[in-house]
Design a protein around this ligand. Structure first.
Ligand code: HCB
Length: 219
């Protein structure tokens, strides 16, 4: 196994072991070894988190396990964030402003925060409103910041519906045409984006960057 794969595997296992110390250590090891922080997050920590989610769904694990696993992932990502932000130093700047948040009713924020970091790295000015953000506040933020795009994250089938409300309230406010809407989160699909009239569906943080860069270039 290559050094990179070994570290990625360790990152996954740190989340599976609910071990925040191990997650921090492996993140530091990755930085020292020059392994891409993006790969450690996407192929390591996220893979571990997805496995925990699958086992939670099968009732093999309980909520405290999910909490502990997410704390481990957050600790690891925190160590990698400054390195990721530095990577942004060499990238193109001034691609435009993007507002992001977890949608009303949804406190899941790990994926949304990774999207935010990756967009910052790519050269976007990111306004991260946080989690469980009321739709009316999202619309207000669009009025205030006049972003290129507004990205919402929904991790639950019960909160996805609030992405429809974003589309509706932006239209009611007469500002829908001036902003691109992006939707994401584990249960969200391209089909959902098409159904509700969102402009962009992004499967993961890298995909979000690619798609938003394409929008910024046309702008
Ligand atoms: Co949570 N939870 N959870 N949870 N949780 C899920 C989402 C379930 C699917 C688990 C399951 O049952 N299999 C489930 C939802 C079921 C459903 O509706 N279909 C669920 C549930 C039910 C709940 C609670 C209701 C549990 C309870 O209290 N009984 C509760 C929610 C309360 C609420 O929101 N009001 C809850 C709580 C929690 C925590 C707090 C323990 C923790 C969140 C911690 C935090 O975020 N700070 C948590 C976690 C961690 C999960 C799982 C295990 C992992 C989510 C995650 O972080 N994945 C998740 C299972 C799963 O999703 N497979 C489970 C890793 C990240 C990196 O992936 O998909 O979020 P991501 O993000 C990607 C991608 O989607 C995309 O880019 C990201 C990076 O590549 N993306 C975007 C994300 N947002 C985007 C926005 C864009 O605009 C564009 C791209």
């Amino acid at each position: 196994m290559s050094k990179a794969n070994e570290i990625i595997e360790k990152a996954k296992n740190a989340v599976l072991a609910y071990d925040a110390d191990a997650a921090e250590e492996v993140a530091q090891e990755a930085l020292k070894a020059g392994i891409s922080p993006v790969d450690v997050i996407q192929l390591g920590f996220t893979k571990g988190m997805t496995d925990v989610g699958d086992r939670f769904a099968k009732k093999e694990l309980y909520l405290p396990h999910v909490i502990a696993a997410s704390e481990a992932m957050t600790a690891g990502v925190k160590v990698l964030t400054p390195a990721l932000e530095k990577m942004g130093g060499s990238q193109e700047k001034g691609l435009g402003t993007v507002v992001i948040c977890s949608i009303e009713g949804d406190i899941h924020c790990i994926g949304k925060d990774i999207v935010g970091i990756m967009m910052k790295v790519a050269g976007f000015n990111v306004i991260n409103l946080g989690r469980d953000i009321p739709v009316k506040d999202i619309v207000e933020a669009v009025k205030t910041h006049k972003p290129l795009a507004v990205g919402t994250s929904a991790l639950m089938t019960s909160t996805m519906v609030n992405q429809i409300a974003v589309e509706d309230m932006l239209k009611e406010a007469g500002i829908r045409k001036g902003v691109k809407t992006m939707v994401g989160g584990a249960p969200v699909t391209q089909q959902w984006a098409d159904q509700i009239g969102a402009d962009i569906y992004a499967e993961n943080a890298q995909d979000a960057v690619i798609r938003l860069k394409a929008v910024a270039e046309k702008h």
